[in-house]
Design a protein around this ligand. Structure first.
Ligand code: HOZ
Length: 420
């Protein structure tokens, strides 16, 4: 357990546990799989976050992905402050939601029309409903250990917090809902072909993370995504890419640009809100026009298209469009992982590292029960590096992780391995 002074965090956790289930508002924050108690934070700046006991950490969680520009980017904060001065929400259209929609459709050409939501969960849930409404079919195909938020139909064999907490089947999801969710192993195209041979006439959509970021970053096997595209074309099913994590993270046009596979519908979140609550789903015009008020598929939200969130997202995308940003993110992450791998080799620790742009995964091999991971996680905390408290969550590098920060991380990693 951590040797840092965490008295204020512990006191807050006690208060929180009395009024918030588990003391947290999202289960993977609870440290349940790594042991110890969650840390409470009070501020962030650039690559660093500071807890309520004034301990500073280099942050590789980045609020689980949105903060690609680091904490409190001055341009994003200034834009938000201007927006706040005009009003927080109107429950009516505002100019900035049009501007953000135009920007998204320009940067991700498979998205011809887009509808904003307040979370990634709403985006995937609504995309499924739309796919069912458009095709008139009821089943969906998802992949084992991919995570698409917490709507009922998608909590079947899900990754992220369910994998972390060992929840194989979520209580409260009825059999009648789960039976319409078919599951295949990620990258197993022949299993998908068999499922389509059996159920093709009933399958409305395939939903997939084009990079399995909620299972510690598994890359798509060559031909896998194209195979899914072909199956959807052949059986008239909708191909949904869940790019909530990968969108604007792995490339400006997301994973679909990187692999050159257009989706019919794409789900977004995280980065397009610049740190504010947001989600979106969009795609082919013909499908999106099935949404109310144009069509019969209902979908809505009081805070959808919230002007403060739209402003933060637009300011973030403006920064990301500047030349060299993604090259720098790619280079920083490659440097970091090479340094960590060299360091692990020095200690004769077998470690696999993977990254696509600034999205990365680290796995200790021969560590099936994550015993080494847990000790390493706490050693890194003690050495001032904050990682996701789960062996199945991805890490994120921001534009603020400069060579100095990367060097400090490598030194902390070295000290952590020495402690183990
Ligand atoms: N679903 C997020 C991780 N993939 C976790 C969100 C949170 O706990 O804040």
């Amino acid at each position: 357990m951590s040797k840092k002074l965490l008295a204020n965090s512990k006191a807050l956790l006690q208060r929180a546990q009395a009024v918030i289930p588990g003391g947290v508002n999202s289960p993977v924050r609870a440290f349940k799989s790594v042991g110890g108690d969650p840390i409470f934070f009070k501020k962030g700046a650039g690559a660093y976050i500071c807890d309520v006991d004034d301990n500073a950490y280099i942050d590789y969680v980045a609020s689980w992905g949105p903060l690609i520009l680091g904490h409190n980017n001055p341009k994003v904060i200034a834009a938000i402050q201007d927006a706040v001065n005009e009003g927080l929400t109107f429950g009516a259209p505002t100019p900035i939601e049009v501007t953000l929609a135009e920007t998204i459709t320009k940067l991700m050409p498979s998205i011809e029309m887009v509808r904003m939501t307040s979370s990634g969960t709403e985006a995937t849930m609504s995309a499924l409903r739309l796919a069912r409404g458009y095709t008139g079919k009821s089943k969906i195909l998802k992949f084992d250990s991919c995570y698409h938020g917490h709507s009922d139909a998608l909590l079947v064999k899900a990754g992220s917090g369910l994998l972390t907490l060992g929840i194989a089947a979520c209580a409260g999801v009825t059999d009648s809902i789960a039976q319409n969710t078919l599951v295949a192993a990620y990258n197993d195209l022949s299993a998908c072909q068999q499922i389509f041979e059996q159920h093709g006439a009933d399958i409305a959509a395939i939903i997939v993370e084009p990079i399995a970021a909620n299972n510690n970053v598994i890359l798509p096997a060559p031909g896998f995504l194209q195979g899914l595209r072909d199956l959807c074309d052949h059986y008239q099913a909708v191909l949904i890419f869940d790019e909530v994590i990968t969108g604007f993270r792995v490339a400006l046009g997301g994973a679909q640009a990187l692999y050159d596979i257009p989706a019919d519908l794409t789900c977004l979140g995280k980065i397009i809100g610049g740190g504010m609550p947001v989600g979106a789903f969009g795609g082919r015009r013909e499908i999106m026009q099935q949404l109310a008020p144009l069509g019969p598929v209902y979908q809505a939200g009081t805070l959808s298209g919230n002007p403060v969130a739209m402003t933060a997202g637009f300011a973030t995308l403006q920064e990301l469009q500047k030349s060299g940003v993604y090259e720098q993110l790619q280079q920083s992450t490659a440097t970091l992982l090479t340094n960590l791998k060299d360091c692990a080799n020095n200690y004769k620790i077998d470690m696999d590292v993977r990254h696509v742009g600034s999205l990365f995964g680290i796995t200790f091999l021969d560590d099936p029960e994550q015993k080494l991971f847990k000790r390493w996680f706490h050693a890194m905390l003690d050495n001032g590096v904050y990682l996701a408290p789960s062996a199945f969550e991805a890490g994120f590098v921001s534009t603020m992780h400069d060579s100095n920060v990367l060097q400090k991380t490598t030194e902390a990693f070295d000290r952590s391995l020495a402690m183990l």
